[in-house]
Design a protein around this ligand. Structure first.
Ligand code: GDP
Ligand code: GDP
Length: 466
């Protein structure tokens, strides 16, 4: 399901020009005479990777005056009713007029999501109009030049912010990365909630799982984090347990922990289950946003450890390594350097992964571990604006463009971030099939560097540009 956009604003602000820009054809009449566009039309339009319909509307005019403006106003109100999103367009060059405020009021009353388009932003003196547009109380004005095609990346991001990712992209399977589709069913409320605030939200409980081989120290670590005595004396204020999870907070940050250790203990009673089953591990990983991998620092990076890490990354979760039993290590500095080097080498899929030495038994290093968890969660949620991405792309294309394949140079048109948690990018290019994996890896590494996203999986999807 695509969504419908109504471009609303008083005559002459540039609605028809914007309409043409989005629809990509010269359809609506453009004229300097106010009110020249009289028909309401609906046309398929796109803004980078967003596909939607635009309702072209006649300009708002004060209904009281004559019958023609009255009819135009009525049509506009119908358009608002039909629309899922309103582009409330103002002329930043001329600044706000009394009419703008009247119509802004009508738009506000409709309760529909709105993006304030400050058009003609390229004109000299438009800055003042931009600032005035805040007074409409409809949110941040997005500077755009419909005539020159400027500001469109930010407009695209504003649409997603106003509608939410799920609605902005419709039920478009193109954007449901196959690899993560299943896990998103479990984790997805943040992604699919149409009203979800795209900014980082640290008030929701962060979901954590603790995984690792038997005897690595998972139970000890969990108890140390939650506070052992409190656990022994049963649930208290701030700690609640249900069958699979424990809620508590760490210095004011709310956390929800998937308690595999507890489950495992129960299982042991029945059949002395020594190894956490793959099923449980997978459940824990899918439940979580951040997964702490507990490694026994005296025997780190066994095959099974690497398999777990790889699974976490493939599931799109962010791993944080705890090198446990650090109290038993004789040359901690040397070992830490060695283990961190190994981490980078063995797990290049999440370069820059946080790896923290801890002692679950003595409690040392736990603060640092939790800092690393919170930092990683932020990165996992990070969002890069389309404007920044495409400025980055310009640099890439200038210094390290895609190679030629069979004599034809591959072209990249634009890059957008289609999702977060983990960050996922869409690269629109000619002949996606021909794009070498090594170049995609280069893009991914460069994105990670440029936008400071260490230690989390980064997804890149290639799309054929039209
Ligand atoms: P409408 O009445 O709201 O549909 O406005 P139009 O699209 O017909 O545009 C009104 C006038 O503004 C025309 O002369 C356009 O060329 C001009 N215009 C539209 N967009 C821009 C822009 O981004 N910058 C400048 N400087 N002029 C624009
Ligand atoms: P799990 O199987 O991963 O849950 O591991 P446990 O938490 O049951 O710990 C396994 C063993 O390692 C126990 O004997 C713990 O006392 C011990 N252990 C756990 N953490 C530490 C630590 O930080 N230092 C030391 N020296 N021993 C630890």
């Amino acid at each position: 399901m695509t969504f419908k956009v109504a471009i609303i604003g008083r005559p002459n602000v540039g609605k028809s020009t914007l309409f043409n820009r989005l629809v990509g054809r010269k359809l609506a009449l453009v004229d300097d005479t106010p009110g020249v566009t009289r028909d309401r039309r609906v046309h398929p339009a796109k803004l980078y990777d967003l596909h939607f319909d635009v309702i072209d509307t006649a300009g708002f005019e004060d209904a009281a005056a004559s019958t023609l403006p009255g009819r135009m106003r009525a049509q506009t109100e119908i358009a608002i009713r039909e629309a899922d999103l309103i582009f409330f367009t103002i002329d930043a060059k001329s600044g706000l007029m009394p009419d703008d405020k009247t119509f802004a009021e009508i738009v506000r009353k409709s309760g529909k999501p709105v993006v304030v388009v400050a058009n003609k932003a390229e004109a000299r003196g438009a800055q003042g109009g931009m600032l005035e547009a805040w007074e409409l109380g409809l949110g941040e004005p997005i500077p755009v030049s419909a005539e020159h095609g400027q500001g469109l990346p930010d407009l695209r991001d504003a649409v997603i912010a106003a509608l939410g990712e799920a609605r902005a992209f419709g039920e478009d399977e193109e954007h449901a990365d196959e690899e993560t589709a299943a896990s998103e069913v479990l984790i997805g409320e943040d992604i699919t909630d149409p009203d979800a605030e795209p900014r980082y939200d640290d008030t929701k409980p962060m979901r954590i799982a603790v995984v690792g081989r038997p005897n690595a120290g998972k139970s000890t670590l969990i108890n140390a984090l939650i506070g052992e005595e409190r656990l022994l004396t049963g649930p208290e204020a701030g700690i609640t347990r249900d069958s699979i999870s424990v809620d508590w907070d760490w210095h004011g940050r709310r956390l929800k922990l998937f308690d595999t250790a507890g489950m495992r203990r129960k299982a042991r009673i029945h059949e002395k289950l020594e190894v956490m089953s793959v099923q449980d591990g997978l459940r824990a990983i899918r439940f979580a946003e951040i997964v702490i991998i507990v490694l026994d620092a005296t025997i780190p990076f066994e095959k099974q450890d690497l398999q777990i890490a790889d699974l976490i990354i493939r599931e799109g979760r962010a791993p944080v390594i705890a090198f446990n039993k650090w109290d038993m290590i004789d040359h901690p500095q040397e070992l830490l350097a060695e283990l961190r080097e190994k981490t980078e080498r063995l797990l290049p899929q999440a370069r820059g992964m946080q790896a923290v030495p801890v002692s679950a038994e003595t409690g040392r290093g736990l603060d640092k571990l939790m800092d690393a968890v919170i930092r990683t969660h932020r990165v996992w949620n990070s969002r890069v604006s389309t404007g920044k991405l495409n400025r980055w792309l310009e640099g890439i294309l200038a210094h390290h463009p895609p190679p030629a394949v069979a004599g034809r140079r591959l072209k990249i048109k634009y890059v957008t971030q289609a999702k977060t948690r983990p960050p996922g990018f869409v690269v629109s290019c000619s002949r996606p099939d021909a794009m070498p994996q090594s170049y995609v890896r280069y893009l991914s590494n460069s994105l990670r560097e440029a936008f400071d996203m260490p230690g989390v999986p980064i997804r890149i999807a290639l799309r054929a540009s039209e």
